[in-house]
Design a binder for this molecule. Structure first.
Ligand code: UDP
Length: 254
């Protein structure tokens, strides 16, 4: 088989040219990074779990009419997605105080916010993805006013869907990050949900116990990240038979 062309390698995923024009293959790595990649580890099975979970959420969102880049899962680590032009913003939706918001505003982590709050960060690793306002976005032309209206309604629809699905399995969606991309249909351009939705980019808390089931387990050394992600996948019914870790190597029988 001809080698596929690598388009981009990020912290948690590799993008390859897809099998058809206008498609891309997303390969989910086992690498975990935090604090702008200052902390790094390889966590066996994480890529498989995120591939399955992102498929689950993107498919569900597609079913309720939210446009996404997801086309199909190809194997345990790869999915085919629609190529799009990524808007250089990280869109964060928050339902409960946590992480950088709690720090910035001096809030206790865990408190419910008066209403969902949407924030924007510029996608720029070298700058540490700084928080930006709609004024910055308009002035520097990162997105148009129409894009921003679409992004806000998309983000809130994603929030409602994910919050509901997760609440159904006893998980609170504290916050999450999404990315969107532009696709062109003839003369029209529209925005679709891109990247991934997984416990790498969400804060997920068990409703009963408050136990963290997301990347904070890695960021804050709270135990096994694979166990946490496996628990989310198990509750949502997306665990592969035999679990997410590759089978043990065959042993020689004399
Ligand atoms: N997030 C993300 N990628 C980033 C920054 C944030 O996926 O580069 C997610 C993070 O996992 C959390 C939400 O966005 O679910 C809000 O993150 P926050 O701003 O609190 O940042 P952090 O605590 O990671 O500094």
């Amino acid at each position: 088989m001809a080698r596929r062309k690598k388009i981009y390698e990020g912290k948690a995923k590799i993008l390859y040219e897809g099998p058809e024009p206008g498609t891309i293959v997303q390969y989910f790595k086992d690498d975990a990074t935090a604090f702008n990649a200052q902390k790094h580890d390889v966590i066996e099975g994480k890529g498989v779990l995120n591939n399955l979970l992102s498929e689950f959420f993107m498919t569900g969102l597609g079913n309720v009419g939210v446009p996404t880049h997801f086309i199909k899962r190809m194997n345990m680590r790869e999915q085919m997605v629609r190529a799009c032009e990524i808007v250089p913003l990280e869109i964060i939706v928050r339902n409960y105080a946590a992480g950088s918001l709690a720090k910035r505003l001096g809030l206790d982590e865990g408190g419910q916010l008066p209403r969902p709050i949407v924030e924007y960060c510029l996608k720029d690793d070298a700058l540490g993805d700084p928080l930006v306002s709609e004024e910055h976005i308009a002035a520097f032309g990162w997105a148009s006013q129409q894009d921003m209206d679409d992004i806000l309604s998309l983000a809130l629809r994603v929030n409602d869907f994910l919050s509901g699905v997760l609440f159904g399995v006893g998980i609170r969606l504290a916050d999450f990050k999404i990315e969107v991309g532009r696709v062109y249909d003839g003369d029209f351009q529209r925005l679709i949900l891109a990247d991934e939705i997984s416990p790498d980019s969400c804060r997920l808390w068990d409703i009963e116990t408050g136990q963290k089931l997301d990347k904070d387990v890695f960021r804050r050394d709270l135990g096994s990240l694979t166990d946490a992600y496996t628990e989310v996948a198990r509750r949502l019914g997306v665990l592969p038979r035999g679990g997410a870790t590759p089978m043990a190597k065959p042993t020689l029988i004399n």
